[in-house]
Design a protein around this ligand. Structure first.
Ligand code: ADP
Ligand code: MG
Length: 622
């Protein structure tokens, strides 16, 4: 709640709207206690007095009634009716929406068709018809405005509920034996309330306007009772001769609706966590680059990540997801990058091709060199040419990276055609070749499958085929086997290894499993809290890990025939990367840590290719 308020206050416009609205609300609440004249007493001798006349601060109207008094009482009434209508519409509309969305099927169909019928009328006509049927009066205007807005809430909330009702937590509640009412009230409602609040905050202003509109037409509040709409209506005939009688209520309506809308937008932004992190703002085509300091000189590696720093700037916080990371691969080499979840492996991989979403991602230092050219800060068009062509990615979950509505073969052909000018038939033939290359049986018929018609292993093969489509020099595989079972994982690893040898591919293989590294990689780099803490040839690291963290990670791998060995989990959690401790980030969890580990930066020691970032390594470096 305090976080919500803090966000709201930071949004200046919303805060201004909130303050103005608050003042108006306070004024209307204390209206009965202010020394005001009776708003309904007429004094025809004093007609159309200008503002600042003695005894009448804002002047008088066509019947000589005090405008200040009428304005405050009128605002009170307009606000009360508008807000009541909004609450009524929100409650009824949301109830209808949740019911329709939760039960679905025929219930949904019938309810939503009724709602559609309501929506089919232009709503000011509908409101007029309702008031005409019920008779003029403020209460009936309220009912009309509420009724007209019910479909808006019903539709919105139904859409969201349909999505929620199919999710596992609702199934779990059903399995737990909860009744429909309980599920709706305890499982669904809390999830849709933010949406209801947002919808309300953005429509209250609108409903106040609608109520004023009905009163303006003489269908809402009846004389002598004042509300903002009827004040405007009565002042219409004197618009030219005594403009203040219309300007004053008009200004008030403007102020109220404006402040409510500003506040409403602020509430929406503050309540939506995706808006908060900037994810819904349109991402840039490539990660933002704001490099300070020197750019490292070119090396002769195929792909070299040099002292790369990638951060996330969210509000005041800075998440140092990748901190001075240097890695490199030569043609035909496989480099393993290993670390716990959250250690910055994916962000490192995505930074290579500028694929980290910006905002909030920013590359703040270092370079990524492909054949000597710096990819960081390369013009977007050149970078796009290289994406998928020279450097390709394989991601963890092929179901979410393949488009569900296109045939896999077509997606593969598209990947080829985005970099090469060939016709459809050729692209298809090439796609079949690629399917064969990744050992998909019956390639000719499988190519017409949709992603959901394939198993996880087959889908990942399609993912690999896509990465191979343009014969890249480097493949970055981000946990490609984590979503697969062990036998399929073994097949995929064998496949990658064969492809590497056949085509001289360089592979950067990201994983959290030392078993996989041992099977596939020539060299391995261990990451922790955004930094490389140990690097070396796989055999050497496995045989004699130097960093205590690496040693613990290796101890986590079960080995056949060693059933008695205790599988040690590493106690504690990695530090959050927006609050990194001074010194070694692993010190908290390390049983060898000493005072020196908690102060100052610890640099890599040893000579390439065998290095470690530790003051008290398990093994002395050569
Ligand atoms: P992994 O090693 O599991 O692939 P990631 O590279 O995905 O880890 O994440 C590295 C760190 O970056 C994590 O600690 C995470 O908290 C942080 N991070 C990732 N995306 C964002 C983001 N959009 N905003 C803030 N922090 C992020
Ligand atoms: Mg990851």
């Amino acid at each position: 709640m305090t976080r919500f308020l803090a966000l709201l206050v930071r949004n200046r416009l919303a805060a201004a709207g909130g303050i103005i609205l608050f003042c108006v609300l306070v004024l209307t609440l204390i209206t009965p206690f202010l020394p005001l004249q009776d708003p309904d007493v007429t004094a025809t001798a004093n007609r159309f007095l200008r503002p600042f006349s003695p005894g009448h601060l804002l002047g008088t109207d066509h019947l000589g009634r005090d405008l200040l008094s009428r304005l405050l009482w009128g605002t009170r009434l307009s606000l009360a009716v508008g807000i009541a209508a909004a609450v009524l519409a929100a409650v009824i509309g949301s109830a209808i929406g949740i019911t329709a969305g939760y039960f679905g099927g025929r219930t949904d169909n019938i309810i939503m068709r009724l709602v559609d019928m309501l929506m089919a009328f232009p709503y000011i006509l509908l409101a007029l018809a309702i008031v005409a049927a019920l008779g003029p009066g403020l209460m009936n205007a309220l009912i009309a405005v509420a009724a007209v807005n019910i479909p808006f809430f019903a539709r919105n909330i139904r859409g969201i509920t349909v999505g929620l009702a199919g999710q596992e937590f609702v199934d779990a509640a059903r399995l737990g034996g909860l009744g429909h009412t309980r599920i709706i009230l305890t499982e669904l409602l809390p999830n849709v309330i933010p949406v209801i609040v947002i919808a309300m905050s953005t429509t209250v202003g609108w409903m106040i306007l609608e109520t004023a509109g009905l009163s303006f037409l003489g269908l809402g509040s009846q004389p002598p009772q004042a509300d903002l709409g009827s004040m405007l209506g009565e002042a219409r005939s004197a618009l030219i001769t005594s403009p203040h009688t219309s300007v004053i209520p008009g200004l008030m309506i403007f102020i109220i609706v404006m402040s409510i809308n500003l506040l409403g937008d602020g509430v929406r932004d503050a309540l939506d966590p995706r808006l908060r992190s900037g994810a819904l703002s349109r991402p840039r085509a490539a990660t933002l680059v704001e490099r300070q300091g020197e750019i490292p000189a070119a090396s002769d590696d195929l792909l070299a990540i040099q002292e790369l720093e990638t951060q996330f700037h969210v509000g005041q916080r800075t998440y140092r997801a990748v901190n001075q990371v240097s890695l490199s691969v030569r043609p035909g080499e496989c480099l393993g990058v290993i670390g716990e979840s959250g250690s910055g492996k994916s962000v490192t991989a995505l930074s290579v091709m500028g694929l980290v979403a910006s905002p909030p991602g920013v590359i703040t230092g270092g370079a990524v060199r492909f054949r000597g050219d710096d990819l960081v800060g390369m013009p977007y068009e050149q970078l796009r040419q290289k994406r998928g062509d020279r450097v390709a990615y394989i991601f963890q979950d092929p179901l979410s990276t393949l488009h569900p509505l296109y045939r896999t073969g077509d997606q593969l052909a598209e990947a080829i055609r985005s970099h090469h000018r060939i016709d459809k038939a050729q692209a298809r033939a090439r796609a079949i070749d690629l399917f064969k290359a990744v050992r998909i049986p019956n390639a000719e018929s499988r190519i017409d499958n949709y992603p959901h018609e394939m198993s996880g292993g087959m889908r990942q093969r399609v993912g690999i085929a896509m990465a191979l489509a343009n014969e890249p020099d480097v493949i970055i595989a981000d946990e490609p086997t984590t979503a697969l079972d062990v036998t399929v994982q073994a097949q995929i690893l064998t496949l990658l290894d064969e492809l590497r040898r056949e085509r001289g591919l360089a592979i950067i293989f990201i994983t959290h499993d030392f078993g996989v590294v041992g099977q596939l990689c020539d060299r391995v780099a261990v990451m922790y809290a955004g930094r490389i803490i140990e690097e070396g040839p796989t055999g050497a690291v496995l045989a004699a890990p130097a960093h205590p963290y690496t040693k613990r990670l290796i101890a986590c791998v079960p080995e056949l025939g060693e059933g008695r060995r205790k599988l040690a989990a590493i106690p504690g959690l990695p530090p959050a990367v927006d609050r990194l401790p001074a010194g070694c980030a692993f010190a908290e969890r390390c049983d060898k840590a000493q005072e020196a580990c908690r102060t100052g930066d610890i640099s890599l020691s040893g000579t390439a290719p065998r290095t470690v970032r530790c003051l008290f390594p398990e093994e002395a470096m050569p």
